[in-house]
Design a binder for this molecule. Sequence first.
Ligand code: PLP
Length: 488
Amino acid sequence: MGSMRGNHQLLSKVATNDEHGEDSLYFDGWKAYDKNPFHLTKNPTGVIQMGLAENQLSFDLIEKWISKNPEASICTREGVKAFRDIAIFQDYHGLPEFRNAVAKFMGRVRGDRVKFDPNRIVMSGGATGANETIMFCLADPGDAFLVPTPYYPAFDRDLRWRVGVKLLPVICDSSNDFKITKQALENAYEKAMEANIRVKGLIITNPSNPLGTMLDKPTLKTLVNFINKKNIHLVCDEIYAATIFAGAPDFVSVSEVVQEVENCNMDLIHIVYSLSKDLGLPGFRVGIVYSYNDGVVSCARKMSSFGLVSSQTQYMLASMLSDDDFVERFLSESSRRLANRHKLFTEGLQQVGITCLNSNAGLFFWMDLRPLLNEPTTEAETALWRVIIADVKLNVSPGSSFHCSEPGWFRVCFANMDDPTVLVALERIRDFVDQKKGGGEAAPPQQKKKRWDKNLRLSFKARICDESVLSLSPHSPIPHSPMVLART
Ligand SMILES: Cc1ncc(COP(=O)(O)O)c(C=O)c1O
């Protein structure tokens, strides 16, 4: 392999710059997991992957649907008659039945309070591709987007790296549970003006990654009014729109709020969506750009040639998403399982005095380890993270990698593993906290294995485990693949 110095002359600026954002603790955690992945029986002292926002809790429901509907796949005896039509070249508009089904699903997920126009559905390679595409449509290199902190780390790659957009933080903190305020928006905007940077928009994730919280209607209205006043764009990444826990309030989409804001310029409003989280299908790479701006729809559609969803996937999903009974059952069961898993985890942490930000959505929670820091600095947070990954063997992601302004917060993913693994993770955290309280160092998992095994068995009996999840996720951890490294 050539040296990077040599490559600086040989390769493009994009290929050799560091704007991909991968030099971060977020990805270092991935590498640590990759080197020593936990397995309940084959490698019980390995690193548990809690940095992966994947929804593996309801695979069984999808598997059942696939088995019952073999004609939906063109690679089955029942479906092969559609093979030729689907295998030939598809234009970038996508299959009409796919766009119709996705538009209907997007409406259903938002309580059918808004309708989505299938003609505005633009395909993309996951929300990753959708976010980049929308940036290509809205901003030039050097332009900026405001983004509330803490934010999804891969935005650094998806929005900045190839497009050349700058990301300017809108600082939010725990004093008001990380809510986005008008003042914080104004401060960030003013700062950009002073630095002579052109702000083209504001991008948010709702529900939030990493917080797991949903924006309420008044906050969304504040955002919509703010961007209208400044005449800048609002991009809402709503990838977790249906990843809401049972019993939580309804998710409110920007698409609802814009109907209630007087004189909202709809040309400024754009939604990014994907089936990676709500259906747990990140491998299918189904991303959507939904814009109310005709020029953006037209441009994004041309750009979608670079990242179309395979026609085979479109065909299968068109059929699945048109099955109303299935969609109803899936959404309610998925919400129930997510709520149970979240409860199991956060209550377990509460028992050892660890609190988390109140949340009701997403595949993660925001854990408050500020009391365990030696001092309130990023360095102390990093030091604590190193101990957690090296000794406790948990890959949780430190707040600094989400650009959090306050040290001591960690994102913990909870839906990419089975219940036995959750219990091991909880036990490790409990032991670690006990050690910390006792003033000692964390002993490596090997030395504690016996005690853990015993505790595990005890706690297993005592706990109400979700049987369906247990029996349907026998593998722990997920089989490793090189793709995993690139996922977030
Ligand atoms: C907020 C957010 N946007 C986009 C993505 C990327 O999703 P996809 O797998 O659809 O590219 C993720 C994945 O974690 C995410 O959390």
